[in-house]
Ligand binder design. Structure first.
Ligand code: IDP
Ligand code: MG
Length: 162
């Protein structure tokens, strides 16, 4: 079924995805990027950065009461993180499906954590958990000018937009 351009545009979302220091060090950047790319999502921002501990605390502010918060923030700021924004219809929710459950022991095989991680403290990837967090996380990690809006040639084939 073909959708029109307006309906397609209304369904477009952006999510924040980050490969954590363990995923970068283990050489999983291309594997992870290709899963989002092959699915049909569009990369709109990407950079490799070492976040400060204060920045990590901002990113994970929702978890500040949890016993693992300090260790988690130390870890996120321990090395390079590949920060990305991906765009597509339903990408926030489906991105979480591609990533798999938080605890890799519970992630399904075929998901990123299911295929490449074993313990919750080293689960290699972050993805926004909803529209509000996606908005906040994109604004925290990227300046507006770093987000690149463009039409991909593949879009008409991915969405069947007329
Ligand atoms: P999510 O990354 O799947 O959204 P959250 O509950 O938001 O999961 O937790 C953020 C991150 O905190 C997890 O990805 C994981 O790295 C870490 N984390 C969550 N629960 C635990 C735990 O029980 N022990 C250690 N680290 C944890
Ligand atoms: Mg989370």
């Amino acid at each position: 079924m073909l959708q029109d351009q307006e309906a397609h545009a209304a369904e477009m979302e952006r999510t924040f995805i980050a490969i954590k220091p363990d995923g970068v060090q283990r050489g999983l950047i291309s594997e992870i990027v290709s899963r989002f790319e092959r699915k049909g999502y569009k990369l709109v921002a990407i950079k490799l950065i070492v976040p400060s501990k204060e920045f990590a605390q901002k990113h994970y502010h929702d978890l500040k009461e949890r016993p693992f918060f300090n260790g988690l923030c130390d870890f996120l700021s321990s090395g390079p993180v590949l920060a990305m924004v991906w765009e597509g219809e339903g990408v926030i929710k489906y991105g979480r499906k591609l990533i798999g459950a938080t605890d890799p022991q519970k992630s399904e095989p075929g998901t990123i954590r299911g295929d490449f991680a074993v313990v919750v403290g080293r689960n290699i990837i972050h993805g926004s958990d909803g529209p509000e967090t996606a908005k906040d996380e994109i604004a925290l990690w990227f300046e507006p000018k770093e987000l690149v809006s463009y039409t991909s040639n593949a879009e008409k084939w991915i969405y069947g937009v007329n």
